[in-house]
Design a protein around this ligand. Structure first.
Ligand SMILES: Nc1nc2c(ncn2[C@@H]2O[C@H](COP(=O)(O)OP(=O)(O)OP(=O)(O)O)[C@@H](O)[C@H]2O)c(=O)[nH]1
Ligand SMILES: [Zn+2]
Length: 363
């Protein structure tokens, strides 16, 4: 063991760099590129990337490309050539759909069809991991680009990074303590910390559930607006309270509070999605216009925490069949689905209907 950072630590540094607007170096064998977030880059750094003389691309997902009517020759992504002289506003208008309806004609956009796209794909993935808009500026570092002083920039080995991002995150329990709550006085809160330095996740254990029997369980994804503000746009707050109340009544249960805000896109992007919903798009289309999949969550976290707590089978409080499928795939047996139908109101009726129609949620 040396004191030098591990690949996973370097990867996390890269996410922080992207959030600050700093470019990172991506290397894969002889291929190398400089990548930066389209959302956070500033005028000076954009000018520096343009001054390198290489083929500067804006990498966007196929979903964002479809909205912009840009060709996605790489399947899941498009490499849109950044025309000489384009400024920060051009880049931001392509990355962020906020003004799409006001200024619909952004083109003509020219997508690159030759050359490799794997570093562009990784750059988009890193932006998503950093909870930024999934749009990255990418410029090759191979000749004929002007030599650049890269000292101090975080350098990532692409193959390593890809494997690390795809692997389930290892979590360990840091601490647990008694927290009496309205739903049940006998409640403990457990804190689980991922080894990659990312956000912690919580388990609320009610009573002392028998580990040899299926436990009444809920995998609840963080919803700041619903859980804390009492937002009427979704059903999260009432679901959270109803689940805890049912566990309290039965005297046992476990609610995992997973920090996957906005189905894994982060609160800032969820607010962008809400702004699009105010323009008339539904919850799924809003995610797509931003460049995301409908659901970017990783439910492997949930099965890992349950296993670490000694549970192997659950009675799952959910209306989402994807959660059941994922639990079973990850080796947690779902002996029963317990429906959780609360919180319907005039503001969230369309949202819930969309989830039923497009994401297979059970009404
Ligand atoms: N991107 C996005 N996320 C949203 C929106 N509305 C709510 N969310 C998020 O959706 C997630 C809902 O989480 P859950 O209630 O655990 O999951 P679910 O898929 O609805 O499944 P069940 O509630 O178990 O039936 C939370 O992370 C919310 O922050 C939206 O319009 N867009
Ligand atoms: Zn919510």
């Amino acid at each position: 063991m040396t004191i030098a950072p591990t690949q996973i630590e370097i990867l996390n540094r890269a996410k922080a760099d992207l959030r600050m607007g700093l470019p990172v170096v991506l290397r894969d064998g002889t291929d190398a590129a400089l990548a930066a977030s389209a959302e956070t880059i500033n005028v000076q750094r954009l000018a520096a990337l343009q001054g390198m003389g290489g083929a500067l691309d804006l990498a966007i997902t196929n979903h964002r490309a479809a909205t912009l009517k840009a060709r996605a020759y790489d399947g899941d992504l498009a490499r849109v050539a950044v025309p000489t002289g384009s400024g920060l506003r051009w880049v931001q208008a392509l990355a962020d759909p906020e003004d799409d309806l006001r200024t619909p004609m952004k083109g003509p956009l020219e997508s690159r069809r030759t050359g490799p796209a794997h570093l562009h794909r990784l750059a988009i993935r890193l932006c998503k991991e950093a909870r930024l808009l999934p749009a990255a500026l990418v410029v090759p570092l191979t000749a004929p680009v002007a030599p650049l002083n890269l000292s101090g920039l975080t350098e990532i080995d692409a193959a390593c990074a890809k494997a690390l991002i795809e692997a389930p995150t290892a979590l360990s329990e840091i601490v647990s303590a008694r927290v009496p709550i309205t739903a049940a006085e006998a409640t403990r809160l457990h804190i689980f910390r991922p080894e990659d330095g990312a956000e912690e996740h919580y388990a609320i254990e009610i009573g002392k559930p028998d580990r040899s029997k299926p436990v009444l369980a809920r995998l609840h994804s963080a919803c700041f607006t619903g859980d804390l503000m009492g937002s009427l746009k979704c059903d999260c707050g009432p679901q959270l309270n109803a689940a805890l109340a049912q566990m309290g009544e039965e005297g046992a249960g476990v609610l995992l509070y997973l920090n996957q805000e906005g189905r894994g896109i982060g609160l800032a992007n969820k607010m962008r999605a809400y702004s699009l919903q105010d323009q008339g798009f539904d919850t799924v289309d809003a995610n797509h216009r931003l460049g995301f999949e409908d659901d970017e969550r990783d439910f492997r976290l949930g099965s890992d925490i349950l296993r670490k707590m000694g549970f192997s089978s659950v009675r799952l409080l959910t209306n989402n069949p994807a959660k059941i499928a994922m639990m079973e795939k990850c080796g947690i047996m779902v002996t029963e689905r317990v429906p959780l139908k609360v919180g319907l109101n005039a503001h969230n009726a369309r949202y819930l209907a969309t989830k039923a129609a497009k994401s297979g949620h059970m009404l």
